[in-house]
Design a protein around this ligand. Structure first.
Ligand SMILES: C[S@@+](CC[C@H](N)C(=O)[O-])C[C@H]1O[C@@H](n2cnc3c(N)ncnc32)[C@H](O)[C@@H]1O
Length: 253
């Protein structure tokens, strides 16, 4: 097995093989969701995310992708990392009659809001605070861990930690995130969205797009985390801008 030497701290979001243009279509600017000085705005954005994902049927669509990964497990235990609002976990519990879901996020206010809602008293849900880069559960605690629309929030060294930790605590780690468009298409999409950035939701959407990881970056981070991790990357047809990147990671047995 070959081990590639590269600097994880400076790896471009498009990965070690990113083109000149792709390397320019990224930013270190933080989303409101990542800032410690914007609590009200953060809560509003999390609620908007929940509403828009519900309106476009995203919760159920992502839940289908999750459940398709564990069709062979009878009563699956699922860990949702970076749950934000709990929409995906709620869909999982509705769509699978015996699944147990641990619903988590690093943000205490989001966890408190989820715990105060229906998931807080659901008999098959546990709601708790958790950092996806330092999962406080023993090895192999879950059949599957899922991190949805969140990996791009983390810089490469921390994102690589998610691969290490997710495949340690769960038999499979499923990353669902924004796909990184080819550079020219990305440039055109950003030009269309830029006039909207004064709206907080679009401000975060544009930064998310600039921070989305490409397939080569996902492969490099999984390899960096542990060469024993196998990674399968795919998209669901039709492959349109905005269709999520699916990454399934597990450790060689
Ligand atoms: C864009 S939101 C996605 C929320 C939800 N998963 C969804 O699909 O809409 C990103 C979430 O990742 C969470 N997050 C960021 N860093 C994290 C970390 N290290 N561990 C766990 N969650 C994290 C944020 O608090 C936020 O709730």
């Amino acid at each position: 097995m070959t081990t590639e030497i590269f600097d994880i701290d400076s790896m471009p979001r498009g990965g070690p093989t990113a083109s000149w243009l792709d390397r320019r279509l990224q930013t270190d600017r933080l989303e409101y969701l990542d800032r410690d000085d914007a609590d009200d705005r953060k809560r509003k954005i999390v609620r908007s995310l929940d509403r828009s994902e519900k309106a476009f049927g995203m919760h159920r669509k992502l839940a289908r992708i999750v459940l398709d990964e564990i069709t062979d497990v009878r009563d699956p235990t699922i860990l949702e990392l970076g749950s934000g609002h709990g929409g995906l976990s709620r869909a999982l519990l509705e769509m699978h009659p015996t699944a147990h879901v641990t619903v988590t996020d690093i943000e205490p206010a989001s966890v408190a809001a989820i715990a105060a809602g229906d998931l807080g008293s659901h008999p098959r849900a546990t709601v708790r605070e958790m950092d996806a880069t330092a999962i406080d559960s023993p090895d192999g605690s879950y059949d599957l861990a899922v991190f949805a629309l969140s990996l791009h929030h983390l810089p490469p060294p921390q994102a690589a930690r998610v691969f290490a930790e997710g495949t340690r605590a769960a038999a499979k780690l499923l990353i669902l995130d924004l796909s990184r468009p080819p550079a020219l298409l990305h440039l055109a999409m950003l030009a269309l969205a830029l006039p909207l950035v004064f709206v907080p939701y679009w401000h975060d959407a544009v930064i998310s797009s600039l921070r989305a990881y490409g397939p080569s970056a996902l492969r490099a981070m999984a390899r960096y985390a542990d060469p024993a991790i196998t990674l399968e990357l795919r998209r669901q047809p039709p492959i349109l801008p905005g269709s999520p990147q699916i990454a399934v990671a597990s450790r060689l047995q």
